[in-house]
Design a protein around this ligand. Sequence first.
Ligand SMILES: Cc1ncc(COP(=O)(O)O)c(C=O)c1O
Length: 355
Amino acid sequence: MTIGQIAGDQTYSKRCHVFLEQTLGVPKAMVTSSCTHALEMCALLLDIQPGDEVIVPSFTFVSTANAFVLRGAKIIFADIRPDTLNLDERQLESLITPRTKVIVPVHYAGVGCEMDVIGKIAVRHGLSVVEDNAHGLFGKFRGRWLGTFGCVAGQSFHETKNITCGEGGALLINDNNLIQRAEIIREKGTNRSRFFRGEVDKYSWTDIGSSYVMSDVLAAFLYAQLEVWQNIQAMRQHIWQYYDQQLRDWAQEHGIGCPVVPAHCEQSYHMYYLIMPSLEKRQALISFLKDRGILSVFHYVPLHLSPMGQRMGERKGNCPVSEEKSERLLRLPFYNNLSREDQDRVITAIREFYV
Ligand SMILES: Cc1ncc(COP(=O)(O)O)c(C=O)c1O
């Protein structure tokens, strides 16, 4: 038996690239080993140097910040909007200094950040925008796909995402000037991609880089889902809407918050969450559900309060909205084949919880 070509950039990786480029209308897409690695590539591509400042919401996954910290950047933590839990663009300008290089909006739960305002601020100050679109594939902001606003964007195909290959990601490149170097950085700092295309007769070391390619085995797994992405999104939309129909009124009566999706945002249906009245109530509901065999989880300890954030000199009170929402947020079970029966069990249990 021959195994065939299963390293990076073979048949299925190429299909994933073409799919993402054609569907989203981006000049270049490259599948990567993770979104973390796609974000690391962004920091390399933008030549982030020690001391450069990068504005990141505190309420996000560690990789949003770490990708830039690895290049020596100083992270400036932004607080979030109380409604969408996205980077608060109204506070952005006060965080910009002469050392600022990049703004990293994270489209939390696949609901778009206020990209028109963020884009204008970036242009005014000569800054790059890197979208962390780990949650937001197929979401839109004012009719435009998330991931197409920044000069570059990271996508995640981790097992927790709507579309997954276990571990994986993609880099979307909207600035043509970054494409050639991205190919080199992703291929261990070599021009192997050009060699594969027959543009050079041998490949060699031309820049810094690492191994950010995805195995074609994983790309095949991924492509099978990309082919039916509309079905997957429709399933998730049904699940999200059912939670919302069944829980929003009840939640309001009990002082519990539900996701806010502004009219100009088409979300990616990545998650459904509740904002409980307090940390104590949130913890009590997690254990109430656990006793009934239902796993619900909190999301994101604010980065500025993490041990690493504190070593950077951050302290409680610096991003008050992130701190408060993080203590109260609870994610409900949400996966593509969650049955109506199981969803009813979750909803019934929540409604039985004495708030
Ligand atoms: C906002 C955000 N960015 C980046 C990542 C990292 O993605 P990956 O696990 O593909 O590296 C995650 C992971 O869930 C995330 O939530």
